[in-house]
Design a protein around this ligand. Structure first.
Ligand code: SF4
Length: 297
């Protein structure tokens, strides 16, 4: 579909403002000093649902331990999970290891360049595949996660709840073909710094062309309440993390002994709940339950 002259002019101004902001203020992050596809893949998987400041030291330690995809593919899954502990969402470690094994076996240890092939790798979702294709290989594709989607929805539609298909169409229409990698990281920085759930429009470098700030100026000034920072404490996700952490040191425990270590006041009536968590962890490839004994996979 041909783009309107108004959209083309707005896109040009938006691209220029975003790239200008990024080139002046980009964060110096370790994965921005490399084009190594494996290192970029590791960073993208670590950054899913984990904040940058927590990722940096773990990223460097992980790569010191597994400096290449081949090094990662040659170790046991449990070694990778142990190296991952502290980042949370430990299933990501299993998926990264499975991906490394697959690439080692099927692609001679070299990550493929084409987006479609990246998308077919185990554990690599559409966002990660696009980010690796754009950042490592310079492919003219858009990497769209929740934060990037929020920026684009607000700037071009003046709202937060644009349908996913429209967000993706917008993302593909605005990506600069010759700077897709830089663009992906620039939009991430813009979202992280200004266009959060509670946006900081007054300081944002694209405020003059943003539909959201024009439509919702008064609502933005009032602000919204942030989410509670410890909302995961005591949730099943919290206990899944504790289980994996305990099993990384106590390598083989009975179900009840494990329960006593992960939950204060653990009682017999908690056994079905614990078994349900263990079944989920086993499905994700993180633990193995043999009769009454539990260990890391
Ligand atoms: S002006 Fe506000 S709503 Fe628009 S992109 Fe910037 S922070 Fe987001």
């Amino acid at each position: 579909m041909p783009l309107s002259a108004a959209f083309t002019a707005r896109r040009k101004a938006f691209r220029a403002a975003v790239l200008r902001f990024y080139r002046r203020h980009k964060r110096d992050l370790p994965w921005r000093r490399t084009r190594d596809p494996y290192r970029i893949l590791v960073s993208e998987i670590m950054l899913q649902q984990t904040q940058v400041d927590r990722v940096i030291p773990r990223y460097e330690a992980f790569l010191a331990r597994f400096p290449t995809l081949g090094a990662l593919a040659r170790v046991r899954c449990a070694d990778v999970v142990r190296a991952w502990l502290g980042l949370g969402y430990n299933g990501r470690a299993v998926r990264l290891w499975q991906c490394a094994r697959h690439v080692h076996a099927e692609h001679r240890g070299v990550l493929p360049r084409e987006l479609q092939q990246l998308q077919r790798l185990p554990g690599v979702g559409p966002y990660t595949a696009s980010a690796v294709a754009a950042i490592a290989f310079g492919a003219p594709v858009a990497a769209v996660d929740v934060n990037v989607g929020r920026v684009l929805s607000r700037v071009f539609a003046g709202r937060d709840d644009l349908a996913t298909a429209r967000v993706h169409a917008l993302a593909h229409a605005v990506v600069p073909p010759r700077a897709a990698g830089e663009w992906a990281q620039a939009l991430m920085d813009l979202g992280a710094r200004y266009c959060r759930a509670r946006p900081r429009c007054a300081e944002c470098p694209v405020r003059t062309m943003c539909a959201y700030t024009h439509r919702y100026r008064s609502a933005i000034q009032r602000g919204r309440k942030g989410a509670a920072s410890d909302r995961f404490h005591g949730s099943n996700r919290y206990y899944r993390g504790r289980i994996v952490r305990v099993l990384s040191t106590d390598v083989d425990l009975t179900v009840r002994a494990l329960g006593r270590k992960v939950k204060d006041g653990f009682a017999l009536s908690d056994v079905p709940w614990l078994l349900e968590l263990l079944r989920g962890l086993a499905r994700d490839g993180l633990v193995r339950v043999l009769r009454d004994r539990v260990r890391l996979a």
